[in-house]
Design a protein around this ligand. Structure first.
Ligand code: GDG
Length: 410
């Protein structure tokens, strides 16, 4: 909304689950979402402090919005019922709920990485934020590495007692554990109707007969897209026999366009794409097809399946579901190769991917060359093990195990 008032809670009980929404004034959204959430917490928690900026006003709105969510929740949820909070936008909500008298179990799952103390303490409000998180009963992360960072941050910056699987403070035990999220697999494993995937099919026709390397991400500086393009350029430079033989399709889904660092990242990517295509392109072959738009899951499934290499190179990522979806979409008889950044949370589970360092273009080029040359037997063997991991824990099993732990936490 445009005015200065927070809107009433709007309840939609038709769907399953029921949804409630609150309208915030535009300047609240700007300071809370674009500002504190995406210019302070997002870059810092992804270990990219160079992109972080801190403003008192952003923090004030972050507090107000967390209070407003807690207020709305208490209108809808009895004080003894469990509450599951999601992500970095609502790190103060448990504290706000406790102040309003909520005494039921409260859990929070963080979908992004958690930094160690050297980074976390750069935040001017580090102590207050950490202290508020200790009003939770359960705090879930994607990986054991995030759990360890949280434990070390608490040990360094707070008087709380740090145990193996919990943090204890003011008589409350906050259970801390890893719950690696899984993908919704069905859309990527079922056959796709040609009509609904027409766009993707046409795109594949244009690049045929060359081999295909595929990148899919929101356009975000944490996803390592310029670094990926540099490594692909290095492949063409150092392994010239691949020129004309392999193309990169990079799908970048528009995201957070009001945040200046995202606009800058977009320009940087377009610049590198232009450079590579100008340098290596030929009349009959365009090395990089760059698409700044989104595609439906059916179209993505078609592209995943056609790609010889799924090339996913975040500088840092909580999990990365595209990596899991790519594995799920492959034909087991003739699967593609997942080349995955070792700094994605998914790398902790997907150890049979070709793990790569996105900061090292020559290493990246070597890993791509290796993936493109990999024998059928090795591809099948790696894919078999990756698929077992991806099938074992899905979005559903993840949600069930978190909820079970939340109820057991008290
Ligand atoms: C955050 C964390 C963590 C992709 N292109 C389109 C599209 N997608 C879908 C993919 C995938 C999802 O978006 C992206 O999820 P990721 O996990 O890869 O990345 P983030 O958006 O950064 O998600 C991440 C995740 O939360 C879950 O906890 O894994 O680390 O950063 O499912 O298929 N969806 C549509 N159009 C597209 O063009 N509709």
């Amino acid at each position: 909304t445009q005015d200065d008032e927070v809107g009433e809670v709007e309840l939609d009980e038709e769907g399953q689950p029921a949804l409630a929404a609150i309208n915030f004034p535009a300047n609240w959204y700007d300071n809370y979402y674009n500002g504190f959430s995406n210019r302070a917490l997002w870059p810092l928690f992804h270990s990219i402090p160079r992109y972080a900026s801190f403003a008192d006003k952003h923090w004030e709105y972050y507090r107000s919005v967390n209070d407003a969510f807690a207020m709305a929740a208490t209108e809808l949820i009895a004080p003894d019922k469990p509450v599951w909070i999601h992500d970095y936008h609502l790190l103060l909500a448990a504290r706000a709920l406790r102040k309003l008298g909520h005494n039921g179990p409260i859990g929070l799952f963080l979908h992004i990485p958690f930094p160690g103390p050297d980074l976390f303490e750069l935040l001017p409000w580090a102590d207050q934020l950490l202290d508020a998180m200790l009003d939770l009963d359960l705090l879930g992360f994607h990986t054991p590495h995030d759990v360890e960072n949280f434990r070390q941050t608490v040990a360094a910056l707070s008087p709380a007692l740090v145990e193996e699987n919990a943090v204890v403070h003011r008589g409350r035990r906050v259970r801390v554990a890893a719950f690696p999220i899984g993908a919704v697999l069905e859309p990527f494993q079922e056959p796709v109707e040609p009509e609904v995937a027409e766009e993707a099919i046409r795109l594949l026709q244009v690049i045929a007969p060359s081999r295909l390397i595929l990148g899919v991400d929101r356009l975000d500086y944490t996803k390592g897209i310029p670094e990926r393009l540099e490594a692909f350029g290095m492949l063409l430079e150092q392994y010239p026999h691949w020129r004309g033989q392999v193309s990169l399709i990079q799908i970048s889904v528009p995201s957070r366009e009001d945040v200046p660092e995202y606009a800058e990242q977009r320009r940087r990517i377009e610049n590198i794409v232009g450079h590579i295509n100008g340098e290596y392109g030929e009349a009959a072959w365009v090395p990089v097809r760059y698409l700044y738009r989104s595609y439906s899951p059916d179209q993505l499934a078609e592209l995943y399946r056609a790609a010889d290499v799924g090339y996913i190179t975040p500088l840092r990522d909580g999990m990365n579901l595209v990596a899991k979806e790519y594995v799920a979409a492959q034909n087991p008889d003739n699967p593609g190769v997942l080349v995955l950044s070792k700094f994605a949370g998914a790398a902790a589970e997907l150890t049979d991917a070709v793990l790569t360092n996105p900061w090292h273009p020559e290493g990246g080029a070597r890993d791509l060359d290796r993936a493109l040359r990999m024998s059928l037997a090795e591809r099948q063997e790696r894919h078999r093990r990756l698929l077992a991991v991806v099938s074992r824990s899905t979005a559903t099993t993840w949600a069930e195990s978190f909820l079970q732990a939340l109820l057991a936490a008290r």
